[in-house]
Design a protein around this ligand. Structure first.
Ligand code: 9YT
Length: 128
């Protein structure tokens, strides 16, 4: 059984920050759950280009407002408390926040803890 609190993660090596977001990684590959589980904040007024070519991600918004635009078709979907989106086709997208957005994210395969976006919005596949 694993029990963790957000306060145990903040400020540790399991918190990864970028210019537009902060990711508090609560479960990682080493926890052997088959997925990783993150509590993330996307900062208000930002746009992030993301393209998880090596991962599938599901995202559930529990706070804040924003939108996601899929690059392939230009569709824009509003995001607010209660919205879930799943990047089941490794969808390249732009994530925009009008308010700080708190997003609960699950990755398959699980992140190892070190990943951050490269210049194309991709996380590398890290084999250990
Ligand atoms: C929703 C999203 O992909 N945000 C960027 C951070 C990422 N979720 C992560 O590493 O937790």
């Amino acid at each position: 059984m694993i029990v963790r609190h957000l306060q145990d993660i903040i400020g540790t090596e399991n918190e990864t920050t970028a210019e537009t977001w902060s990711s508090r990684r609560m479960l990682l590959k080493k926890d052997q759950m088959g997925f990783s589980f993150h509590d993330t904040v996307i900062y208000a007024g930002t746009e992030t280009h993301i393209w998880y070519q090596n991962h599938l991600e599901a995202v559930y918004c529990v706070q804040g407002k924003g939108e996601i635009e899929t690059v392939a078709d230009g569709k824009v979907y509003p995001i607010n408390d209660g919205t879930m989106y799943a990047l089941n086709e490794h969808d390249e997208h732009y994530l925009r926040a009008t308010e700080d957005m708190r997003l609960i994210c699950v990755f398959n395969p699980p992140l190892t803890g070190r990943e951050t976006h490269d210049e194309n919005g991709v996380y590398p596949l890290i084999e250990e």
